[in-house]
Design a protein around this ligand. Structure first.
Ligand code: KDG
Ligand code: MG
Length: 404
């Protein structure tokens, strides 16, 4: 089954998404997500100018060889741009293979290991009371795992907050200049435990409670945080410190039993190796779109399984519904599954990407259509042209650039 076409679409039904569509001589098409938030065009160009022309004429069934060809064959390895492009190709080819087999993708991977995929949602508020209201709303919807973020007194902005009450969280700002936000670790460390205290007092321990620190603390601060929140039994503290320096997670581990999750900015198994091998984390958060598609993620998950590290894939709405659809197949299969992030999508987004997944009482299922169960409405997508937007940057009060 030969590849005859590989097309790249950049569309913005509320957010910019980069979509790859591969077509074969048998008329089967597959979709892949290549979205890299705030850096969409370099991935689109890497695909269009370099990889797509080299796909034409190849056998669509040879997923592993094509993956190796683009990974090793470029000479230049890894990095978010390269790996997002390879990931999209991989996803689209698995979609095609599953359609050709007449099976939902999870069946090809080895079948379902569970009846549904536990997903976690986001509860946020500018104040603790607002966060409690939002938590109650999501609990009512049936979520069994809830991530909680809250505004910090004395700081105008903080990670994870929507721009207004009831609005979806959208960190990127339109235009060509990132928004600058202020950060204070001291204020955060003093305040954060109060949020978890209020949640556990109000709702008890029934739901899994998660929290994202978004790479902002130093290792010893993260250790202090982990220790301080132990009574609230978090499911995980996410990205406590930037993960380039992986040894430093040892220091956090020495001080706290709060589970640690990281990896949403990782691109390959090599980025995860030390953290997993030395059992410095509990959950690996790589995603299909940035870590090599099904082929890359399967290797990471199998390796993590040796060390009782479970998956907790990144799933914000800045990864397209194509990624979400494929992730649900992966999650249904992967033996060492932990949880899947699900931020949700607007109606506009879901009209462009019609899907077969379902949500029921906190669990999602990818559906049983052959392939990954996602479509792309090319005509509708044209109504939403690319609209440049950037993620914010963070600075300390004296102007020092920090980790956003
Ligand atoms: O594009 C950046 C977002 O994907 C990231 O800020 C979201 O940290 C995030 C999360 O855990 O969903
Ligand atoms: Mg995160």
């Amino acid at each position: 089954m030969k590849i005859v076409k590989a097309e790249v679409f950049v569309t913005c039904p509320g957010r910019n998404f980069v979509t790859l569509r591969i077509t074969t001589d048998e008329g089967i098409t597959g979709l892949g997500d290549a979205t890299l938030n705030g850096r969409e065009l370099p991935v689109a160009s890497y695909l269009e100018d370099h990889l797509c022309p080299q796909l034409i004429g190849r056998d669509a069934h040879n997923i592993e060889d094509i993956w190796q060809f683009f990974y090793k064959g470029a000479y230049w390895r890894r990095g978010p741009v390269t790996m997002s492009a390879i990931s999209a190709i991989d996803m689209a080819l698995w979609d095609i293979k599953a359609k050709a087999a007449g099976m939902p993708l999870y069946q090809l991977l080895g079948g379902a290991s569970r009846s549904g995929v536990m997903v976690y949602c986001h509860a946020t508020g500018h104040t603790i009371n607002e966060a409690l209201e939002d938590y109650a709303k999501h609990k009512e919807m049936g979520f069994k795992a809830i991530r909680a973020q809250c505004g910090i007194p004395g700081m105008e902005t903080s990670y994870g907050l929507s721009k207004g009450k009831g609005l979806a969280y959208e960190p990127a700002t339109k235009g060509h200049w990132p928004e600058e936000q202020m950060w204070s670790t001291e204020k955060y460390l003093d305040f954060a435990p109060k949020l978890f205290d209020a949640i556990r007092n109000e709702f008890g321990f029934e739901e899994h409670l998660l929290h994202d620190m978004h790479h902002r603390l130093t290792p010893i601060e993260a250790a202090r945080f982990g220790q301080a929140v132990e009574p609230y039994r978090l499911f995980w503290m996410e990205d406590p410190t930037p993960a380039e320096n992986q040894e430093c997670f040892r220091l956090i581990r020495q001080h706290t039993t709060t589970p640690i999750a990281t990896g949403e900015v990782f691109n390959s198994i090599w980025d995860c190796k030390q953290l997993i091998e030395e059992q410095l984390i509990d959950y690996i958060r790589t995603t299909l779109t940035h870590a090599g598609g099904i082929t890359g993620m399967r290797r990471i998950a199998d390796f993590a399984g040796l060390y009782q590290v479970r998956t907790g894939s990144h799933g914000p709405s800045d990864l397209s519904p194509v990624c979400m659809a494929a992730a649900l197949h992966f999650d249904l299969w992967v033996p060492n599954f932990g949880v899947q992030e699900y931020m949700g999508y607007s109606e506009e987004m879901l009209e462009v990407f019609p899907h077969t997944w379902t949500f029921d009482n906190g669990y999602m299922h990818p559906g049983n259509e052959p392939g990954i169960g996602i479509g792309f409405d090319e005509e509708l997508a044209k109504k939403y042209p690319y609209d440049p937007a950037y993620l914010p940057v963070a600075r300390l009060s004296d102007g020092t650039l920090w980790n956003w």
